[in-house]
Design a protein around this ligand. Sequence first.
Ligand SMILES: [Zn+2]
Length: 286
Amino acid sequence: MKKAHKLSLLIYWLIYIVLIQNIDTITAGPNPVQLIHVEAHTGYSDKTNVESGYVAEPPINIDRNMHLHLEEFRNKVKELCNAYPHSIYSCLPASDNRIALTFDDGPDPHITPLVLDILEEYNTVATFFVIGENAQKYPEVVQRIVKSGHQLANHSWSHKRPTSITVYDLIDEVNKTQKVIEEKYACTKFFRPPYGLVTSEQMQQLKLDGYKVIVWSVDSMDWYTTSPQQIQKCVLDKVHPGAIILMHSAGGYHNRQATIQALPNIISELKKRGYQFVTLDQILNS
Ligand SMILES: [Zn+2]
């Protein structure tokens, strides 16, 4: 009897521990956001609280100027996300293992099809932020993106830095591209600013025009490094539930060869960790 009593106490204690470890949502700050207590099997176990406006610091060596630039970028994203909740996102408001792969700067006739081949091989969906003038130039690649079940989204007409142009010029860049996209793909308006930032005035206008501005929480740094290993590290060390991962499917001095080399390993490792890939409109439209 005594042994049975001890055993049942032990079972109650184990149940208590399991319950305690699964309490994972709280709210904080001026905008209630979900803080994520991440499960160990996702590989993200440092208990960092991921909230709206979060952008991870790259886990590789970068030069001092770039370090300062990225620090300022992270602060500005946080400010915009606090000021415009539900209009700008750096990560998905998800507490499970859903993540979004995003590819900027395409389409092109060389690299974008290779990215599409890899996504097809791994049965994975992604969001493509296309440059309007490229989309007009390569309609067959745009067609393939849509036919494969990926999301088409807006990355401006000619990739001008938004913070260097007027509100009017930015809206013109964005609307022109949206028109080309909507010929092929009916969707909510998702815009990613070239270089990641817009001014407050531009943000205000984008909101009025019904655009959702999408930044990222995990930067693969494939625009900075030509090492596939470093690209993998940037994604795999920093991925978290709800991550929006930035990669590129065109452009760059080395024509994104490193991205192409890193992508299969990134996808298979993320799948192994139990992540599920979604397009942005699967989450942010619902
Ligand atoms: Zn870009």
